[in-house]
Design a binder for this molecule. Structure first.
Ligand code: URA
Length: 455
């Protein structure tokens, strides 16, 4: 075996590492025999020079095998003919899709063992949203997971230290060495965890736009192809949907608020026609992604049948019943809904001028949220589950001076004062005829899907 410095040099010269070299690095990093500074140098060399498909697959396999792996059919007789599927999103502002999609996917005949993360940076995390529910626990042991999947069809887990520990350690190091945004490293990190989950099919929701990890379509397509190819090599059926991430997803951005909003969709009951309009693209995305999962895993023959069945699951109340059962099975208190943390004040931010909403700078809104405690900057920070933003407009809408644009759900009556200037920069309101012509179309569309990538 080459010394570590020689392996780093090889990568620096853009040569692919072989499986023995990668195994040596991953094992040495995991057991502490190779120091962080050498792994950091290898990460940066990999970031700059890339990795070929074989290298990416080997790294994925090593990270997957660094911990426990789940094989549901071995774990229970009841799962012999079940289809296991999941969805993974690369992260968005107000992205509560998992909360709505998981019950819908169960209604389409799937088992959904969903492992989620906490929010980091300007995007939120499913764990933070669900943990705002009093009593709800995502730290499940194997027996509890089996019970949830058997009795409800879904289990929502936080990433445990047992699954892919090498990825957990490596991701923390990437976070502080500016090596996160590398397609092969992201691919190995995501696919290793999904593979360890023991699923048959995965749909990736690859966010694209100014508020996403991947700002441009070509980057999102490259990541999509990489995720799909490596998943398929691992024997998982895979599809990537590139979806627009220019405006917050839905009306609410805030942890317990997003739980409430998910219930509106599952029950198809909205506080007002305006909320229904703002939420329509999110609702459509949830139906489309759950339908894609069912078609990919083979529990539905085609997208139109799956979509009709999703609508029926919502209107019959079945989707909401699955959601409630999931909460109860994972420990939510009987009065969980009444006890959701809620902020006392809803402070209305009004438009300072008349015009059209050209843009809502969602990344900046997410970053403002992090400063206020909606999200977190560092993984050890805590979040405030009660506070958040309620969007009252979408891009393209006409507003007058004084039209409410947003409500800040806050703990104190004067909380809006300190963020008014920031909000003024987040809502871009203009009457520019050229830009409006483009947005006139965009605002009407409820379709966030830009492209499907099968490979
Ligand atoms: N999410 C992950 O789990 N890993 C990455 O590398 C990036 C996003």
């Amino acid at each position: 075996m080459l010394p570590v410095a020689e392996i780093i040099r090889k990568k620096r010269e853009a040569q692919p590492l072989n499986s023995e070299e990668l195994a040596f690095l991953v094992k040495g990093f995991s057991d502490g025999s190779i120091p962080d500074y050498q792994i950091s140098a290898w990460l940066m060399a990999s970031f700059l020079c890339g990795m070929d498909r074989e290298e990416t697959f080997v790294l994925t396999t090593l990270m997957r095998n660094s911990g426990k792996t789940l094989d549901w059919r071995q774990l229970s007789q009841n799962f012999k003919s079940a289809r296991f599927a999941d969805k993974h999103s690369t992260g968005g502002v107000g992205d509560k899709v998992s909360l709505i999609l998981a019950p819908l996917a169960v209604c389409l005949g799937l088992k959904v063992p969903m492992m989620s993360g906490r929010g980091l940076g300007h995007t939120g995390g499913t764990v933070d949203k669900l943990e705002s529910i009093p009593g709800f626990s995502m730290r499940l042991d194997e027996k509890q997971m089996i019970r949830c999947l058997d009795e409800v069809g879904v289990c929502m887990m936080s990433q445990s230290s047992e699954l892919c520990p090498a990825d957990k350690k490596l991701y923390s190091l990437r976070d502080v060495t500016a090596t996160v945004e590398s397609i092969p490293l992201i691919t190995a990190s995501i696919v290793s965890k999904k593979w360890a989950e023991g699923i048959d099919a995965i749909v990736y929701d690859v966010k694209c736009g100014s508020a996403a990890f991947m700002a441009h379509l070509d980057q999102a397509e490259n990541l999509s192809r990489s995720l799909v190819r490596i998943s398929q090599k691992a024997g998982i059926k895979a599809l990537a949907c590139v979806t627009r991430m220019e405006e917050p997803l839905g009306s609410y951005v805030g942890n317990s608020m997003e739980v409430e909003e998910s219930i509106w969709i599952l029950k198809d009951e909205y506080p007002s026609p305006l909320h229904r309009e703002i939420i329509a693209p999110l609702r459509q995305l949830c139906i489309d992604l759950s339908s894609e999962m069912a078609v990919l895993a083979g529990t539905r023959a085609d997208m139109s049948t799956a979509r009709v069945d999703c609508e029926a699951a919502i209107s019959s109340g079945e989707a909401y019943r699955v959601f409630e059962k999931m909460l109860k099975t994972q420990g939510a208190h009987d009065n969980w809904f009444e006890s959701l943390p809620r902020a006392k004040h809803q402070l209305v931010y009004e438009s300072p001028e008349a015009g059209h909403v050209l843009e809502i700078l969602s990344r900046d809104l997410g970053i403002l949220g992090v400063k206020l405690g909606v999200g977190r900057e560092k993984s050890e920070d805590s979040v405030d589950p009660a506070i958040g933003f309620e969007m009252l407009v979408r891009p393209g809408m006409r507003v007058e001076r004084g039209t409410p644009l947003l409500k800040f759900h806050a703990h104190t009556p004067d909380a809006l004062d300190s963020i008014r200037d920031a909000l003024e920069k987040i809502f871009i309101i203009e009457d520019h005829p050229e830009k409006l012509r483009i947005l006139g179309g965009a605002s009407k569309t409820t379709n966030l899907l830009m492209e499907r990538v099968h490979v």
